[in-house]
Write a protein that binds this ligand. Structure first.
Ligand SMILES: [Zn+2]
Ligand SMILES: [Zn+2]
Length: 427
């Protein structure tokens, strides 16, 4: 082999390895490559940073990070607690493609310690196994396709049959994910006495508007087969401002789920809030850990609408339920950059709107004594950035524009994160 070829291979090796170590900690984004990596490197990106995750409680995995347009990366996040191997979905625009990226990460196993069946060696087998056995259920914030499309198209495979996977095949080495929970709950031991298999019905949780639309407009036998009818999912309706324990938003009987009520995700309480999103009602979910009190706020699409909906007032109701010292992360959309006019937002936000909301968060949340004066302990995860496809005088990606515009007015020191698909974030 010629020396020239050897050097090329060496450069490629270094580049791939460099890419593979990148984790989106959100601490430093001075270079474009920190959050917008070329496709080939991004595909292999990831890695577990002990430093960033050491004191963290949660890990979120972005499965899709853009709004509209890019059908390979539409709004969707997984959330888990450190040490757990169960995840909940927060919106589901893209699922399979994001999971596939995640399972390809070099350090994936040291982060989540996932066990696969011996037959699952291909990336597609592993991604599908992960979806079946590790996603406990989905919170859906509104019914737009870029928030539910992934759930719809992966639905045929989104079913774990313990009878097939545990009893018949018999794989005692798998003690992670949904199977682990089924053991802990006593389902597996009782299995011979259970006629139906409720764990096949993963919960889809949302407000009435959202679930009615998913059931009537998507899983309706015309747009897509009615899979919930065939045991794939069950709908759990939540009301505006009401609080629920996640263990009550599952298909498991209380005598089983009470055995794992102190484990993620069953130890989470959730409060749902209706928020404005142009012609439809969207949702924000506050998740509160029943033991530690730590909180996460997930907003599906929201913002300045062409309708009379008072978007700021609705968000104010969310902030009033946040304990500021317990807050770990806020997921908020920035679909557009600052130059887009109010009348063209159609229920979305820009960086300047977001930072105004951060002022409001600090002012209106439940404060400590003495009050907290900054948001340095909080991560702001920016979702739903629409790709830059038109003329742009700055020659920048919209990710970079949004990041810069947020940082210019980041008065409270909140840690701004522009997520990468499949790359875990700790907080
Ligand atoms: Zn959207
Ligand atoms: Zn939307």
């Amino acid at each position: 082999m010629k020396l020239y070829n050897l050097i090329l291979i060496l450069i490629l090796f270094i580049k791939i390895n460099y890419g593979s170590r990148i984790i989106n900690s959100g601490n430093l984004f001075s270079e474009l490559k920190d959050y917008y990596i070329p496709e080939n490197l991004n595909y292999y990106s990831g890695g577990y940073s002990e430093e960033n995750c050491k004191n963290a409680s949660y890990i979120t995995v972005p499965l899709g990070v853009t709004g509209g347009l890019d059908e390979g990366s539409l709004s969707s996040f997984l959330l888990t607690k450190k040490g757990s191997s169960l995840f909940i979905g927060l919106d589901a625009g893209t699922v399979w493609q994001g999971v596939r990226r995640l399972t390809m990460l070099q350090d994936f196993n040291s982060i989540f310690n996932i066990t696969y069946p011996p037959w699952a060696t291909l990336p597609e087998q592993r991604a599908t196994w992960f979806i079946k056995n590790h996603i406990q259920g989905y919170f859906i914030g509104h019914s737009h396709l870029d928030h539910v499309g992934g759930l719809i198209v992966e639905s045929a495979e989104d079913q774990l049959s313990p009878k097939k996977n545990v009893i018949e095949v018999g794989q005692p080495e798998i003690y992670r994910g949904c199977i682990e929970m089924l053991y802990k709950m006593g389902y597996i031991a009782d299995f011979k006495n259970i006629s139906s298999v409720p764990d096949q019905k993963k919960p889809i949780i949302g407000i009435s508007d959202t679930l009615t639309s998913i059931a009537g407009d998507l899983f309706n036998g015309a747009v897509w087969p009615n899979l919930p009818l065939y045991g794939r999912y069950s709908y759990f309706f939540v009301g505006n401002g009401n609080q629920y324990s996640l263990k009550d938003l599952t298909p498991y009987a209380d005598k089983y789920v009470s055995k794992v009520q102190n484990e993620f995700p069953f130890n989470q309480n959730v409060k749902s809030f209706e928020i404005c999103h142009d012609t439809l009602t969207s949702t924000a979910f506050i998740l509160t850990d029943s033991t530690s009190g730590e909180q996460i706020v997930f907003f599906s699409d929201t913002g300045i609408s062409t309708t009379k909906c008072d978007w700021e007032y609705k968000i104010l109701q969310v902030w009033r339920n946040v304990k500021i010292d317990k807050l770990k992360a806020v997921y908020l959309e920035s679909s557009f950059t600052n130059d887009v006019a109010d009348a063209a937002l159609y229920g979305h936000l820009r960086p300047k709107d977001i930072m105004k909301l951060m002022d409001s968060l600090l002012e209106n949340s439940i404060q400590t004594s003495p009050p907290k004066t900054n948001l340095k302990h909080v991560k702001l995860i920016i979702e739903h950035i629409k790709p830059q496809v038109g003329v742009n005088q700055y020659y920048l990606t919209s990710q970079r524009m949004v990041y810069q515009q947020l940082q210019e007015i980041n008065n409270h020191g909140i840690k701004v994160i522009i997520p990468n698909q499949g790359v875990p974030i700790c907080f």
